[in-house]
Design a binder for this molecule. Structure first.
Ligand code: GLA
Ligand code: ZN
Length: 675
């Protein structure tokens, strides 16, 4: 066995989930040949192997994994070794039925698929950690081991459990948080509907209730479930760090996934990794771009890894079309362009049996190197070898969007003025324009230091917790430009109204008072009229209308219809050295685009270079050099003018200047040296 170095931080990781336990060992040897030919240097192993690694309560069997790890090392391929706790073995469900989760109707789930564990089951956690300890002790010095993959997509199927163990744990969590039952009563506002508690034992999980459960309780339950799953992760994490303190540890995240507070989770990961499955024929993957940006932001700009994507088609939508030729490659480079240092797939070889046998893979059911898919995989893997120097380079954004899980949870609790105000949709309303204009965007939490940004957008910031208004005032006071939108500044961190006129804690900063709001019915519209030059015109709006009274701000757009015609629909307020904008409705994209263009130019935030919409441009930087990614998502060939100077075309291995020509699905990565 050759001795190996960890691939981080000097190689782009390339590979996928590898499940060789589904195949006879002769196939493993061919896997090695095909992996090397395709430039694979990294595979995730053991994710769903618990039942094989532990046939019963007492017995473990690592022989096959020993052979696999050795085979990987002999072939120069590193292992992202999983802790295998994502799918407990059948004997656990039989002998410890309390490890199975319970739904809100009190029905217990059964084993036979995956993720059938209660996050607060001590038995599940204990058996899991015992297995992890054995894995760590056995493989800690193995030359193939490069990274630990804890569990898999926590919460993907089961993010809530309503069993007795969870109930007991919830009471403990609440005691820790509130100290006394009186404090809990106050924060949850339990004088409403006779909900007052006199003893912790009276508190249940908000499962089956006749009508709306207490919002404070619902919100705390979401926080509690995120924390419960995080405790599962941390239990395994601690065991791993005892044995291999220097190896990276992580679990894989999911796109715009609501149940887990990923900002909180990411503090306990060495690298953020995530799984991306955009609808393959729905056009430019703006949603994936946003998730790449979020994942990069979770650890303050540290490069992330794309841990899963599919080469061709998935199995879990109603209809599963193929990615068209070239699309897998283009979208892989999108991950790199937005701060990714690894490109991985689910999975290496398409399964013969099981629920995912129709899920695409790097090696298809043809089983050889002649398929279209394998050839694309091989081309990409071999290209990536030319790009290793990009690893570790960063994106520097001057614009940021506030993203807060607590706000997401609270905003979408039931019993609101409108059920149609959805957090991700409200963010996308603004993000999409920045994406189209190739403006680099970070995601930040409301209390983060914002001083490195010139423009901050905080859509639907319904919850304004303590310290947040001060933070935003500091940012604008020092010269920043802030934009926030309707239904912001409404509640505190317990979902209790900020009294004194909306958006109470932001009133001074925005120079407005929102006395009332008038949500619109589906299909209903109003219009906003603008008389001043840059935004001149009339625009449609829907969903929501704020009735705004000016308190120092200026109106920049007014409603045209209904009893509040003529009242402001959007405002700007000069505050300190900066400006705070407010949009009190959901205006059509044309209005948002013009408004954002004005904010961008006022705050001097620019794209790395000018390109038509549909051509994605980003810039990653090392201290002495820059990498310009230019990706053509358009159906036609485009010519992009370059800024003055000479660039190295890293894939074409030539020098270019003046402009580049890109066909459909083509891209360029240009390097320039900082002078
Ligand atoms: C998720 C899981 C994988 C696999 C893929 C299929 O991302 O992590 O195990 O089920 O979905 O798309
Ligand atoms: Zn439970």
């Amino acid at each position: 066995m050759a001795s190996m170095r960890i691939p981080f931080p000097d190689k782009i990781c390339y590979g996928g989930d590898y499940n060789p336990e589904q195949w006879p060992e002769e196939v493993w040897r061919d896997d090695m040949r095909l992996m090397k030919k395709a430039g694979v240097n990294f595979v995730s192993v053991g994710i769903f192997s618990w039942a094989l690694l532990q046939p019963d309560k007492e017995r473990y069997d690592f022989a096959w994994l020993d052979r696999l790890m050795d085979l990987l090392a002999d072939n120069g391929i590193y292992a992202d070794l999983a802790t295998a706790t994502a799918s407990p073995p059948a004997w656990m469900a039989r002998d410890y039925p309390e490890t199975l989760p319970v739904d809100e109707n009190g029905a217990r789930y059964t084993n036979g698929s995956r993720q059938h564990y209660c996050p607060n089951s001590p038995v599940y956690r204990e058996y899991g950690q015992k297995l992890v300890r054995r894995l760590v002790n056995r493989y800690k010095s193995h030359p193939a081991l490069a990274m630990w993959h804890i569990n898999n997509e926590y919460g993907c199927h089961i993010s809530r459990c309503y069993c007795k163990q969870c109930e007991a744990a919830f009471r403990v969590w609440l005691k820790d948080k509130y100290g006394s039952i009186e404090t809990l009563n106050d924060r949850w506002g339990t004088n409403f509907w006779s909900q007052t508690y006199y003893d912790w034992s009276e508190i249940h999980l908000p499962g089956k209730t006749p009508t709306y459960a207490n919002p404070g309780q619902l919100l705390d339950y979401q926080r509690f479930m995120s924390d419960s799953l995080l405790e599962c992760y941390l239990g395994e994490y601690r065991v791993i760090k005892e044995g291999t303190p220097d190896l990276p540890v992580m679990t894989n995240f999911m796109p715009h996934f609501k149940p887990l507070d990923y900002f909180k989770w990411a503090k306990h990961m060495d690298i953020v990794t995530w799984d991306s499955y955009p609808e393959p024929t729905a056009g430019i993957p703006v949603g994936a771009a946003m998730d790449h940006d979020l994942m990069r932001s979770l650890r303050g700009g540290q490069p992330f890894m794309l841990m899963e994507q599919v080469t061709s088609q998935v199995n879990w939508r109603q209809h599963n079309p193929l990615k068209r030729p070239g699309v897998m490659r283009l979208w892989s480079y999108q991950a790199l362009a937005r701060g990714g240092d690894g490109i991985m797939f689910f999975q290496w070889r398409a399964s013969r049996a099981g629920a995912e046998k129709f899920h695409g893979a790097m090696v298809t059911h043809t089983g050889d190197e002649h398929s279209r898919v394998y050839k694309e995989v091989e081309q990409l893997g071999n290209e990536l070898k030319m790009l290793d120097e990009i690893v570790g380079s960063r994106i520097s954004a001057k614009a940021a969007i506030v993203f807060d899980y607590d706000n997401w949870w609270a905003l979408e609790l039931p019993s609101k003025p409108s059920a149609d105000v959805k957090y991700i949709e409200q963010i996308r309303h603004y993000y999409d324009h920045l994406f189209r204009k190739n403006i680099a965007v970070d995601f930040v939490q409301p209390a983060d230091d914002l001083s490195r940004y010139d423009l901050v957008i905080a859509p639907a910031l319904y919850m304004v917790a303590e310290g947040v208004a001060d933070n935003l005032e500091r940012f604008v006071g020092n010269g920043g430009t802030l934009l926030t939108t309707f239904f912001s500044g409404i509640v505190d961190e317990h979902d209790r109204i900020h009294l004194g006129g909306y958006p109470a804690p932001l009133r001074k900063l925005l120079g407005i008072c929102v006395e009332e709001f008038d949500p619109m019915l589906p299909g209903q519209t109003n219009r906003v009229a603008v008389t001043e030059a840059t935004l001149y015109g009339e625009y449609s709006c829907n969903l929501w209308a704020d009735l705004i009274r000016l308190e120092g701000a200026q109106s920049i757009a007014a409603f045209t219809d209904d009893f509040f015609a003529g009242m402001p629909a959007a405002t700007v307020n000069a505050f300190g050295k900066g400006k705070a904008y407010y949009v009190g409705t959901q205006a059509e994209p044309a209005f948002i685009s013009r408004l954002l263009d004005r904010l961008l130019s006022d705050s001097n935030v620019e794209a790395p270079l000018a390109a038509p919409e549909g051509v994605e441009v980003t810039c990653r930087e090392h201290e002495d050099r820059r990498y310009w990614f230019i990706l053509n998502h358009l159906p036609e060939t485009v010519t992009i003018p370059l800024p003055p100077g000479q660039f190295d075309d890293m894939l074409g291995r030539t020098t270019v200047s003046d402009n580049i020509v890109l066909q459909k699905n083509e891209l360029s990565i240009l390097r320039s040296l900082n002078v």
